[in-house]
Design a protein. Structure first.
Length: 217
């Protein structure tokens, strides 16, 4: 899902960078009371997600699949610290490992650090608020958040590439390829997210508030 340099036109680059900067400013304003424990978990989680994203599987259509982890970051840390966790991963990958282009950093952040994080967090909270804060509902919400987050992020990536005149294939090719394959991968992403949430929830009491904020017990 990491878009390289040369795939996006100048307009798409400018728009996605603008969205990234605006959301980053909003996230900074919302993170005033972040605990040390949450910041520590953020760095550990960023390292784990970074390592997991290094595993790529090529698929038909000229792209590849990999674990993203945006929904997991959003569920464990909330949407704003989750965003910065993913942003750190993507920035290091871009500048040090050349995984994703500098001109496409805004798009990659939009897809994996904003859409995936917000959708994953939102779906998790919706399920837990609607069905109650139990182990089964947390796992269901985490699974659906992981699946839907990466699926919509893949579709957004397909739209960005397909609409860009710099890329030879249009959205009739890019959106189905990215959307369908990431929906399939989303099942694995959802399972990993659900199992990780289930494992960490009882072991990290200070994180439980972030994972159930506003949820009636």
């Amino acid at each position: 899902m990491h878009i390289p340099d040369g795939f996006l036109d100048a307009t798409t680059v400018a728009i996605t960078y603008a969205v990234m900067v605006v959301f980053m400013a909003l996230a900074l304003r919302k993170m005033g009371n972040t605990s040390r424990e949450a910041l520590s978990l953020s760095t550990v989680l960023a390292a784990g997600i970074f390592a997991a994203q290094m595993l790529n599987w090529p698929i038909p259509g000229g792209t590849s699949l990999h674990f993203v982890g945006g929904a997991l970051a959003g569920i464990l840390l909330g949407p704003y610290l989750g965003f910065f966790t993913m942003f750190l991963v993507l920035l290091v990958q871009c500048l040090v490992f050349h995984d994703g282009g500098i001109t496409a950093l805004g798009a990659n952040v939009l897809n994996m650090a904003i859409i995936d994080v917000l959708v994953g967090y939102g779906m998790y909270m919706l399920v837990v608020k609607s069905l109650g804060n139990s182990r089964k509902t947390r796992m269901l919400g985490a699974f659906l958040g992981g699946w839907l987050g990466i699926t919509l992020a893949g579709i957004a990536c397909g739209l960005e590439i397909g609409f860009s005149p710099s890329f030879p294939l249009g959205i009739t090719i890019t959106v189905p390829v990215m959307g369908i394959w990431h929906a399939i991968l989303g099942v694995i992403e959802g399972l990993i997210t659900a199992l990780t949430v289930d494992y960490l929830y009882p072991r990290l009491p200070h994180i439980q508030l972030a994972m159930t904020r506003g949820v009636g017990r």
